[in-house]
Ligand binder design. Structure first.
Ligand code: NAP
Length: 374
């Protein structure tokens, strides 16, 4: 009896502490939008999002130019490519608020994939010097300048444009690392579901460079596009469901996850691997995304433990060797970024609106002009 009372007390205290923590976290989760301490001679243009919402909340503003710390590199940004992630970050959803800040977005700056010229380096940086042309991953790339760490940057091949190099980081790494999760081998039959977005267009080409026979799944308007980047077979998902045909695949690289596990197992070979890469791109709605994430989390692990067919989940990692490999592939002509459209920095809201539509063709790129001419 006494023990039960003590346990009740402990549970009440934990509950109270939790409520208090949520309240404090909510009221303290603000951002620096009201507190810019920029001085007139140290300004740059950048895209800022102070609130959650649609791409309409984005502002093109003067902000303080970043200063690299001892381990950072200051990049004069020449091009940025957008990812589905940049759309998820600004959306007003409860899942987004839990991850990116309860009341307001903690990080007000957008953009991850960058290509540009090294302007200055911190004292511990050994691999880069001012003037080097680089590409990689940073925070707040949608700006005239941005800081990155050495481990997330590599040299840009000389025959590759800044726009092309900026397409590579997140989408290229996701495609490359996902196909590795699928243990892709030459001669295997590989199906790419969601083959025409940022990740898919790289996955088709990288799978081909590994010597696979590639089937691309896309909508009618993109059939010619996937053929042009090397797909051997194309399935138009508006006319045919790939899980209903008789073909079997050694690897399914699934960017959409819009079929049940049973349906996908039907078209996997007995020891086939389905790589759960994404949830449908920038256009996916919160409810859909949560259903797909939860399904992946619980069912994938369970099924993979009990059958020879595997469902592999992974998070893309920033990897310097993989960035170098992507650079080599593009330099050797084995990879060609598909660029849907390029925009100027001040048109970033329009670019994100396009991506938000959910039917991007390849990558959307923001070009940042030299000499501060936006
Ligand atoms: N695992 C990781 O760590 C990681 C890292 C980065 C990205 N991702 C995920 O990867 C996914 C793809 O990203 P992305 O940048 O390629 O997105 P994206 O550029 O927005 O492309 C999404 C693609 O999905 C296609 N699509 C939409 N509905 C479809 C359907 N029913 N069947 C087949 N294809 C369909 C669209 O093609 P159509 O126009 O032809 O419909 C579009 O090309 C996202 O969900 C993203 O979150 C995962």
């Amino acid at each position: 009896m006494k023990l039960r009372r003590i346990l009740k007390w402990i549970a009440s205290i934990i509950l109270l502490a939790l409520i208090l923590w949520v309240l404090i976290a909510y009221w303290t989760s603000t951002n620096d939008c009201e507190r810019y301490s920029a001085v007139p001679n140290n300004l740059m243009k950048a895209i800022v999002h102070c609130e959650y919402g649609s791409p309409n909340v984005l502002k093109f503003e003067d902000v303080e130019k970043p200063v690299p710390n001892d381990n950072q590199i200051l990049i004069k940004v020449r091009a940025v490519s957008l990812n589905a992630f940049d759309v998820y970050v600004i959306r007003d959803t409860w899942l987004g608020r839990l991850i990116f800040g309860l009341r307001k977005p903690r990080d007000t700056r957008l953009g991850r994939d960058v290509a540009g010229i090294v302007e200055a380096v911190g004292k511990n940086v050994t691999q880069f010097k001012p003037g080097d042309e680089v590409f990689g991953i940073c925070r707040g790339a949608l700006a005239e300048y941005s800081c990155a760490f050495e481990r997330a940057l590599v040299m840009k091949p000389s025959n590759v444009s800044f726009d092309e190099a900026a397409c590579l980081p997140l989408a290229g790494l996701t495609a490359l690392q996902g196909l590795r999760e699928g243990k892709i081998q030459p001669g295997q039959k590989v199906l790419i579901n969601g083959a025409t977005g940022g990740v898919g267009t790289f996955a088709v080409q990288i799978a081909k460079s590994f010597g696979a026979e590639v089937t691309a799944v896309c909508s009618t308007r993109n059939v010619d596009l996937v053929r042009s980047i090397g797909a051997d077979h194309v399935i138009d998902y508006t006319k045919e469901d790939f899980t209903k045909n008789d073909q079997r695949y050694d690897v399914i690289f699934d960017n959409v996850c819009n079929h049940s596990f049973t349906e996908r197992r039907r078209v996997l070979t007995p020891k086939g691997i389905c790589v759960l890469a994404g949830m449908g791109g920038a256009g996916v709605k919160q409810g859909q995304a949560i259903r797909r994430i939860v399904g992946n989390l619980f069912t994938a692990r369970g099924l993979s433990s009990f059958t020879d067919q595997k469902f592999a989940q992974y998070m893309t990692k920033v990897s310097k060797p993989d960035l170098i490999m992507l650079g080599d592939l593009i330099q050797a002509g084995k990879l060609r970024p598909v660029i849907e459209r390029t925009y100027k920095l001040n048109d970033a809201p329009e670019a994100l609106r396009d991506l938000d539509g959910g039917h991007a063709r390849g990558k959307v790129v923001i070009t940042v002009k030299q000499d501060n001419k936006i």
